[in-house]
Write a protein that binds this ligand. Sequence first.
Ligand SMILES: Nc1ncnc2c1ncn2[C@@H]1O[C@H](COP(=O)(O)OP(=O)(O)OP(=O)(O)O)[C@@H](O)[C@H]1O
Length: 276
Amino acid sequence: MIKHITILGGFDKNGNQEKISELKVCSGEVLAVVGPTGSGKTQLISDIEQYAEEETLTGRKILINGQPVDKPGKKSLSRLVAQVSQNMNFVIDLSIKDFLLMHARVRGISNPEQILPELLYVTNLLSGEPVTLTTNLAQLSGGQSRALMVADVAIISNAPVVLIDEIENAGIDRLQALKILTGQGKIVLVVSHDPTLMLMSKQRVVMKNGGMDKICQTTELEKRVLKDLIGLEEQVASLRERLRQGENLGAEDGIKADVEEKERRILWQEYRYTSL
Ligand SMILES: Nc1ncnc2c1ncn2[C@@H]1O[C@H](COP(=O)(O)OP(=O)(O)OP(=O)(O)O)[C@@H](O)[C@H]1O
C-alpha cells in the first residue's frame, strides 16, 4: 500500500542543485506540475515512472513510503503507476468488451463482467459520440480512446499513482476526467498548461530550467478564481455542445461572468498582490 511518494531533488539543466530538495505527495492528493515549455515537467514525471535512483539525467531519487525502491523490486512496482496522456491510441484489433475483460483478468479482478456497465458509463461520460461494448478499438477516435483509457485506469488498473500528461487537448471532458481519477484515494500528478487544472490541485510545483524551483499552495483567493473559471468553462462547454448539435446561437448567449466586473477587478488585484 502506497501512502506517499517523495521526490528528492537532483540537478537542473546547468548542473546546479534544484531549489526544492524534497517534495512529498500523499495518497488522495493531486500535485500539479507547471512551468514554461521545455522546463522539465515531462522529465519529472518520467523520473517518477522509472523510480529514479540518481541514475537519470536529473540525479533525482524517488522514495515510496519513505524508502528507496530496490532494483529487483522495480519490475513488480511498475503496476503501481498508470499514465494518461493525450498521445495515447489503441492499435489492437479487439472489441472494447474483449479488451476490457482481458485487462480485468490480467489485473486479477474476479467479476470482470459486472464492472463492464460502469466502464462504459464513465467512457461515455467523458467522450462525445457514445461507444458500445462491441465497438472495435481501432475504430475509436482520439477522444474516445482517451475516455476509455481514463475509465480503464480509474476502474481496472487500480494503480495507486496516476500520472496525467497534458490532457487539456485530449478531446475529453478533462475536469470530469480529473474528478474521476482523483476520487479514489490515488496519488495524482498532473502536468498542465491549463489554469483550471493547475488550481484544482492543493499544491503545484513550478519547474524552471529543468529543476523544481518553487512549491505554491493553492490559496483561498485562488479557489475563488477557480470557481469563476469553472463557471466560465461550463458556459463555453454548453455553447460548444449546442454548436456541435447544429444549433445557431442567439443574442442572449454571450458569456456571463458570475461576479460583478468591479468585484472581479478587485479579485485580480488581490490575486496579483498575493502572488508577488
Ligand atoms: N534536470 C535536467 N537536466 C538535464 N536535462 C533536463 C533536465 N530536465 C529536463 N531536461 C531535458 O530538457 C528537455 C525538455 O524537458 P521536458 O520535455 O521535460 O520539458 P516540458 O516542460 O515537459 O516541456 P513541454 O511543456 O514542451 O512539454 C528534455 O530533453 C529533457 O530531457
